[in-house]
Design a binder for this molecule. Structure first.
Ligand SMILES: Nc1ncnc2c1ncn2[C@@H]1O[C@H](COP(=O)(O)OP(=O)(O)OP(=O)(O)O)[C@@H](O)[C@H]1O
Ligand SMILES: [Mg+2]
Length: 312
């Protein structure tokens, strides 16, 4: 197969590993800087150009689109879809997952466990918003935040009120969430490929922090998932419409609660912790899907047909 990897940096661990895995399985791979792709959008002959070259002949595309380039990145990916190139994750599913509020709404609608979450616009509604999520301590999250930046634990009612007021004053979009104290600063990353959790790790926050992000000094270790955690992760991936994703959850008193579904999960932490060749599993998944499409067991790839309907 001829596989394109959309990535801003060919030296990133995840990109390097995907290239290695694809080449080891006999595929031709090309890393493309998504911001250097440009497009000719026509109904009969959609095309993508790259530094003056017309890109043709790709069978599959692996999007590794960072949060900061979601808009342009998903537009390029859509163009690949128009050209009938199989996307590991569809553009519409990536856009869906990038909106944290929309994601929790979709998951809630399907009965997935979530921390009680509130959202409001007007400072006059802060009091009620705080009581809706059960009062302090509570967690306040910037919708645009990532890597733990923009996630605040407000331990008292007064702190919660003033932090929410401050964010609202800055016109920042925030979510207010029940604090899952019993998670004790750790969360679980489930790595989903297709309809399986292929690896999982527990991330524990550095002393004195409640955020377990590895970027915030958290440490990773292996964890055994319960059947409920496993099925919750797979269901969340399905609901979001993602073939490959990282599902982050907390162990709460009322079962697993999902925090986020990440459409470009990093490979370093999970491969090093689990000792598994996740990149190889991803390439195998693409091969299987591609074969199903090519042998006509399914219709040829067409995003308008495979798009999950009615899921926002
Ligand atoms: N409601 C909560 N209760 C307890 N701990 C939480 C809660 N929400 C988040 N945390 C902790 O804070 C960390 C960061 O939160 P979250 O994953 O929501 O934001 P982020 O990592 O900044 O965003 P993203 O995952 O989109 O990059 C989590 O990994 C978890 O350890
Ligand atoms: Mg996170």
């Amino acid at each position: 197969m001829k596989i394109a990897i959309l990535s801003r940096n060919s030296k990133l661990y995840s990109t390097v590993r995907l290239v290695e895995a694809a080449e080891a399985r006999g595929h031709e791979v090309r890393v493309l800087d998504v911001l250097r792709c440009y497009m000719n959008i026509t109904s009969h002959n959609p095309s993508i150009h790259y530094r003056g070259e017309d890109l043709t002949g790709f069978d599959a595309v692996i999007p590794r689109i960072g949060a900061s380039v979601t808009f342009y990145g998903t537009a390029v990916l859509r163009q690949f879809e128009m050209m009938n190139v199989f996307p590991l994750n569809e553009s519409v599913a990536i856009s869906r997952s990038r909106d944290k509020l929309r994601s929790v709404q979709l998951l809630a609608r399907k009965g997935i466990g979530l921390p009680v979450t509130g959202f409001a616009n007007n400072p006059d509604d802060i009091e009620d918003l705080i009581s809706q999520v059960g009062g302090a301590p509570l967690v306040i999250k910037l919708l645009e935040g990532t890597q733990g930046i923009g996630v605040v634990l407000a331990e008292t009612h007064n702190a919660a009120e003033s932090v929410i007021q401050a964010f609202m004053g800055l016109k920042a979009n925030i979510m207010v969430q029940e604090f899952i104290k019993e998670a004790e600063g750790s969360d679980i990353r489930c790595f989903v490929v297709g309809d399986k959790v292929v690896a999982a790790m527990r991330r524990q926050s550095a002393a004195g922090d409640f955020r377990s992000n590895l970027h915030r000094g958290g440490t990773a270790s292996l964890i055994r998932l319960t059947p409920e955690e496993r099925s919750t992760a797979v269901r969340a991936a399905k609901i979001m419409g993602l073939n490959v994703c990282g599902v982050d959850m907390l162990r709460s008193n009322h079962g697993p609660v999902i925090m986020e579904v990440n459409s470009s999960p990093g490979l370093r932490g999970i491969e090093q912790t689990s000792g598994k060749d996740i990149a190889d599993l991803i390439i195998q998944f693409i091969e299987k899907r591609f074969e199903t499409l090519a042998t006509g067991k399914d219709k040829p790839f067409n995003p308008s047909r495979t798009r999950t309907r009615g899921k926002g």
